[in-house]
Write a protein that binds this ligand. Sequence first.
Ligand code: BES
Ligand code: ZN
Ligand code: ZN
Length: 511
Amino acid sequence: MSKNESVDRTRGPQITLTTSISKDDEVLVLGLVAAPSDDNSIDAAAPTLLGADVLDDGSATAISAALSALGATGSHGEVTRLAAPEPLGVRVVVAIGVGDEKSLDDPEKLRQAAGVAIRSLEGFDVVATTLGSTDIGAAVEGLFLGAYRFEEFRSSRSASTKQLPGTVHVVVESVDKEAKAELAHAIAVADSVAIARDFVNTPPSHLYPEEFAERARELGAKAGLKVEILDFDSLQKDGYGGIVGVGKGSSRLPRLVRLTHAGKKSAKKVALVGKGITFDTGGISIKPAANMDQMTSDMGGAAAVIAATIAAARLDLPVSVTATVPMAENMPSGTAQRPGDVLTQYGGTTVEVLNTDAEGRLVLADAIVRACEDEPDYLIDTATLTGAQMVALGTRTPGVMGTADFRDRVSALSAEIGENAWPMPLPAELRADLKSRVADLANVTPHRWGGMLAAGLFLKEFVPDGVQWAHIDIAGPAFNTSGPWGYTPKGGTGVPVRTITKVLEDIAANG
Ligand code: BES
Ligand code: ZN
Ligand code: ZN
């Protein structure tokens, strides 16, 4: 057998590179490429196997014949399972449709096909696949993320006996330096996404501000980040009126966490800010009972910026990154803030809190002002901020607002890695609707039009001139409430960890 290369990871399957099928492999996953559609021909052309060179000729012919008899077309995401021909040594062959030739140039198509393939392999332990033959990175990310499961809160009573594969051998032409680097990069990124998913999937009973801060400290320290945590007393003393106002209604008091990955002195400085509401009841402006449980995901932005900062350290990116992460639980109680209260944000801006359920912008405003004291070149904030994001863009497409050039750069990079954040405007006329009768600003407009944009305009008030800024609203995309698809399971998705990581890499490379 050829050389295997193993890479550190904290969870997920063990994924290694190899040049041939090994004796322990139970399943071989092959890509199946659809024939170009030709409207003039009656007989559809046969799909072709991807990476078939690892097969002996007899097996390749037998597999193709069987797939054709079963009517497999290679359409994207199609799964066809066969008994393996004897000489192969594995028990089962799975052909996963990757779409036509053109989709081979689209890493996201491959990532998703790999995710579908691994999710279909419940009950198998050791798997070989040729899916990495055109793009190791995309295949590995799809396999790793598709194999993600969150089982921490299942007792033996309901634990699934059918696990997804624990070992994946990615069969490539040669296990060279470049291939190993691609594998290591993909695992560093995908494992960081898994960190964010774990945070989001941990229920609010177990993940509250103090605990969230401690877990961020542990993971951050392990990755070599500098960690600073402000507790409730410090937040009060230092004037973080937004975080205090939102957090004071809960018996579990708020925190502000700062994590730093230090680049070289000359490196560009990036500030990250993420909304960390560990549970959002709405506060005194309480939410309806239906689906309130989903507000366990209201710290998805915080999870993503923590994970992206860890990714920057793991990838040793030559860029300075500081995540400033406000954590609070938004509860109604005798100590909660009231609709009509006025608070003073960090830095002095006063805000009339007309709706206590528009709490995200209050904690973010404090964090943005603090983050910008460091004079960053770039600021990226992300938050499960508005239901209006889903009304505008659906559940899978984040909205990105901010300074025009950087907004468009973030959106383009997000499209490259398949998270597809879409640029949205900050219309000046909506700003007038954030005027308050008594304070500098109101936290909501008196109407519901352009709710995502109004929230963006609120945040804009706290971003200093000259900072390139992107605000990513992930209300829908952070948490998958329907079925699994591609490499995205139900629950926490880890969006937008890969977008932010890609932007950090781009800034490291191009300034
Ligand atoms: N956390 C919610 C936004 C949200 C809604 C995220 C659904 C994910 C799914 C946020 O704090 C909120 O309640 N926003 C209000 C703002 C409104 C009061 C202006 C909303 O969107 O309704
Ligand atoms: Zn809310
Ligand atoms: Zn919220």
